[in-house]
Design a protein around this ligand. Structure first.
Ligand SMILES: Nc1ncnc2c1ncn2[C@@H]1O[C@H](COP(=O)(O)OP(=O)(O)OP(=O)(O)O)[C@@H](O)[C@H]1O
Ligand SMILES: [Mg+2]
Length: 232
């Protein structure tokens, strides 16, 4: 009994650590809510789809959900050892997240290679979640559409500060690009809507355009948020 009391005393959190725990739980609850709404939106779009899904489509759907959950898991692991305030270098997280996406999404029928370039990319901690979720949507799309014939997919991820101080993250595939007449500013499904709203959340501009090589997503983050960023 005494021992139990002693243990309880030891584990009683201080007000400061109780606040940190409460904040962490709040963040996790928000992330789970976000995941639930993404899965529900996915379910709604499957319901609207007149044709039944093939095995491959179901696999990609489930792997996509797993990849999104994994991405959120990575984000919370990251937050467990750095402060949720301040700034962080996005570069190591981009590598970590894309490695996880490749192992979740690639298969012998659709191999994926990722090439990284650019320098250090300082972003605010609160921008990391929307950015990696956008990355997740871009990768899932590239897996679905870039190479209909199953040719190995090459993704390029580049992050650099532009001349005017904005931070530019570009993610490209080497595939067939958007269909003719497709305007990504107005057309598109749930994925593009989610990406646009995540970009809006962090005041970033999202450009989606065909290039000579395939499709490029260019996320441009405002300089103002970077100026006040300090590495935590
Ligand atoms: N990497 C890509 N290469 C070629 N076409 C693409 C690529 N990414 C998206 N598209 C085209 O853009 C459309 C819109 O993509 P979006 O992510 O909004 O919807 P979706 O992937 O079809 O469905 P959802 O994301 O809701 O599951 C796709 O249906 C496809 O025609
Ligand atoms: Mg999509």
């Amino acid at each position: 009994m005494n021992m139990l009391l002693a243990e309880n005393r030891i584990s009683m959190p201080t007000t400061a650590s109780a606040d940190i725990v409460a904040e962490a739980n709040h963040r996790i609850a928000n992330s789970l809510t976000l995941l639930v709404s993404m899965v529900r939106m996915q379910a709604a779009s499957v319901r609207k789809n007149p044709a039944p899904l093939s095995n491959a489509e179901v696999r990609l759907l489930l792997e996509g959900i797993a990849a999104r959950i994994n991405t959120i898991g990575q984000l919370h692991r990251l937050l467990s050892h750095v402060s949720s305030e301040g700034a962080t270098n996005l570069r190591p997280h981009l590598k970590e997240v894309t490695d996880a996406l490749v192992s979740a999404l690639s298969s012998p029928d659709q191999l994926v290679r990722v090439e990284h370039s650019g320098g250090d990319c300082l972003v605010l901690m609160r921008q990391v979640q929307p950015i990696i979720l956008i990355l997740c949507e871009v990768f899932i799309n590239a897996m679905k559409y870039a190479h209909p014939a199953g040719v190995p997919l090459v993704m390029t991820v580049d992050c650099h500060a532009s001349g005017d101080g904005r931070l530019v993250l570009s993610v490209s595939d080497d595939g067939v690009g958007l269909p003719d007449g497709f305007n990504p500013a107005i057309h598109g499904g749930l994925g593009f809507r989610v990406m646009r709203s995540l970009a809006g959340e962090i005041g970033a501009e999202l450009q989606i355009q065909n290039t000579d090589l395939g499709l490029t997503f260019r996320l441009s983050l405002p300089a103002s948020s970077m100026a006040s960023a300090k590495l935590s």
